[in-house]
Design a protein around this ligand. Sequence first.
Ligand code: MEV
Length: 320
Amino acid sequence: MKSTASAPGKIILFGEHFVVHGTRAILAAIDKRVTVTSSFTDNNTIRVNSELGTLEIPISSSYEVKSEFKPFVYLANKMISSNQSVNGLEITIDSDIPIGVGLGSSSACCVAATASISGLFKELSSEEILNLSIEAEKTIFPDTSGADCTVCTYGGMIEYTKDETVPVYHASTKKIDNTFDLNLLIANSMIPHSTKNSVEKVNKFKENDEERFSELCDLETKLINEVIVVMKNNDTTALGLKMSENQKYLEEIQVSNNTLRDMISSLNEISLGSKITGAGDGGCIIALVNDENMDKVSALLGKDKEYFSAKIDTKGVVRV
Ligand code: MEV
């Protein structure tokens, strides 16, 4: 028996990092997906096949595994332990989301793996998939705000506020229906980053200057309130300016670098606004670019950068 599920990657339009500290963020799922297929085996092992390599360990072992395999092993052990008749599991990951560049590859893997593995046993609701995928993500990134897994589960565009006192989705997340036709360019700095390290860096910034950090959280909240209005009015020019304003806050908490700044300024002449998306310190930027200027991107960014135009995914996690 096989169970396959896929989940989309994501971009953060507004509010990354501040969301970890309780402010709201706006995220969108994108049309790049990860597909996970799970099946029972008779090998008494958990086997994980991914483009990062293959792992095979005995069931219920307390083996120390490489960080990228931890969520899969956690999910497999958890589900096997409540279904004693299972003799082994094989999990295969197939992804078109670039890894470690802020596009939600690891969250999409956690969400798709949760839906795929659980599908061998019983159908879970989206909310159950989300809660379990956040538990799995916490094996590699304990401080996660849960925002990435949430948008990978539900798809579309969402407002998200972390609230650990309530069931994750219903009380803290709102779908944004009016997803007007955004022309978003995603450009990859080709510098891999660690979300965990960037979040720790921001924690240090906060410890060193609680007062300024709190002001920045207030500014981010105000900005996002304005963004909601701007989006309702389909005002792309104002939206671009808000993105650039958000970038200033990200610069101040020191998650930017020269490469990202150069990319942003090289796109200035054609973009309505641009910013880091995700943890920063590398990874990707997003820019709002008019259609007629898309053919200028390559010359402006240079040959060593990858870029593509993002479409918003409306589907979220699906069993296939
Ligand atoms: C990473 O995609 C987004 C961060 O805000 C971390 C998080 O929300 O868990 C940097």
